[in-house]
Design a protein around this ligand. Structure first.
Ligand code: NAD
Ligand code: MG
Length: 419
């Protein structure tokens, strides 16, 4: 195993190149997957399926899909399975009858799954619900592949400080951040000019504002390149996902908002780039397949053989780039605003968005109202002068709950207001 040092910016760009950090051990690594039944969970399990001799599954978790969780636990001989819905313990026990897999239910069981001694943990629960389980893995100094961006958006400074304190190692699993992680090693912190994360632009990239306002759920769920969970697919259509990723990059790598640029790139082949002082721009490319960044995290500090399609640039033909449109996609502007405000504003940004997306899925608001609800919640929260730094997970969770309440209160008036 590589050292459990946090992959903080300075260390990624230490004088020792990443190649030299290769692991010497060939021992079987134990892994846990939080959110095993989701889209990222599915890709992770697929990679584990292809490398059974190298990995052993310690714990798996899911929200409410008992049958899918039990099926995976049986297939991989997991030692522990946790279902977040506390009412489903009996069903899970029944589904695992005759196996050696222990099981539990409720939030505490998901946290227990993260706290069990696995070398490597995939944090892929969706939403702010992923924060406490990810912290449980971080606190025992594990290597944590972080897919759940809401952890950072909700409690970024605090999360990274806690990881550093515990000697945990955070590996960025989000494709853009994984690309930056791979490219950052080409220079030092004081040589860095900026990072660039790419965005496909989503299904509404070329749409008029009036059409975006009225977009239906089915239209929002039609992502041009990536196949992902429902929430993140809607976030991609509003570009809220890119906003969350700007914030994620800031906390992960210790960057100011001015050091992070977004570039629309409809083909989703170049995932992230780093520009250095000599004007060299180092990029990571790959087909739009989350198994590529996940495989990088799973193999790290080595590389493992991945099942993804080979990138055939001759076939892709053209790579195109555009500046993002902050007017048609206000979610992106709000992300920069909340990052500059600090003091929990990014927590509010995320919480209000979760309420807005749920309301959109439930047919209560128009697509265009998602960003309006986030903006109104941020305004109300700033007006109430709730500006103080986050000192604990409970601080972040309190702001998250508070912001959800504010957003829920503002929802009816936003729903009535046309653009
Ligand atoms: P998903 O909805 O497909 O899966 C979420 C998983 O979390 C499921 O296993 C679900 O059972 C579990 N879960 C949901 N709510 C829970 C709760 N309250 N308590 C415990 N478990 C719960 O989501 P996804 O697309 O796999 O995304 C997971 C995370 O990874 C998100 O934070 C997302 O932003 C991030 N991410 C996803 C992608 C992608 O391609 N899907 C890419 C980058 C980052
Ligand atoms: Mg991403």
């Amino acid at each position: 195993m590589a050292s459990a040092a946090l992959l903080w910016f300075g260390e990624v760009m230490s004088a020792v190149p990443l190649r030299n950090t290769k692991s010497a051990a060939s021992a079987v690594r134990s892994v846990s997957v939080l959110g095993a039944t989701g889209s990222i969970g599915d890709s992770t399990m697929d990679l584990l399926r292809g490398a059974r001799d190298r990995f052993r599954v310690e714990a798996l978790t899911a929200n409410s899909n008992v049958q899918a969780l039990a099926k995976l636990a049986r297939e991989f001989g997991a030692r522990f399975a946790a279902i977040a819905d506390p009412a489903r313990l009996g069903e899970l026990k029944e589904a695992l009858a005759g196996t050696r897999t222990e099981c539990g239910a409720g939030e505490s069981a998901v946290i227990e799954a993260a706290a069990r001694p696995a070398d490597w943990v995939m944090a892929a629960v969706s939403g702010a619900a992923g924060l406490k389980p990810a912290l449980a893995a971080v606190d025992r100094g594990a290597t944590v592949a972080l897919a759940n961006k809401e952890c950072l958006v909700c409690a970024g400074d605090f999360f990274m400080q806690r990881a550093m304190k515990a000697g945990a190692c955070i590996l960025p699993a989000d494709s853009e951040h994984n690309a930056l992680f791979q490219a950052l090693g080409s220079g030092n912190r004081d040589e860095l000019v900026r990072v660039i994360i790419t965005a496909s632009g989503g299904p509404f990239r070329t749409w008029d504002p009036a059409d975006i306002e009225q977009a239906t759920l089915a239209q929002a769920l039609k992502h041009p390149n990536w196949s992902m969970g429902q929430k993140i697919t809607i976030d991609s259509a509003s570009m809220m996902n890119k906003g969350l990723e700007v914030i994620e990059a800031s906390y992960l790598f210790g960057l100011t908002p001015d050091e992070i640029d977004v570039l629309v790139h409809p083909q989703s082949i170049v995932h992230g780039m780093v520009e250095f002082a000599d004007r060299s721009v180092v990029a990571q490319l790959g087909t739009p397949d989350m198994r590529i960044p996940i495989a990088h995290c799973l193999g790290w500090p080595d590389r493992i053989k991945g099942p993804s399609a080979k990138l055939d640039l001759a076939k892709v033909g053209q790579l195109t780039f555009e500046a993002p449109d902050f007017a048609r996609f206000p979610a992106l502007r709000l992300a920069y605003d909340s990052l500059r405000t600090g003091f929990g504003a990014t927590t509010v940004y995320n919480a209000a968005n979760e309420i807005a997306v749920a309301a959109f899925i439930g047919g209560k608001i128009r697509f265009g109202a998602i960003a309006r609800l986030v903006e109104a919640t941020l305004d109300a929260w700033i007006r109430a002068s709730n500006l103080s730094p986050l000192k604990s997970a409970d601080d972040a969770i309190a702001i998250d709950h508070n912001a959800r309440n504010v957003a829920a209160t503002l929802l009816p008036q936003i729903a009535l207001k046309a653009s």
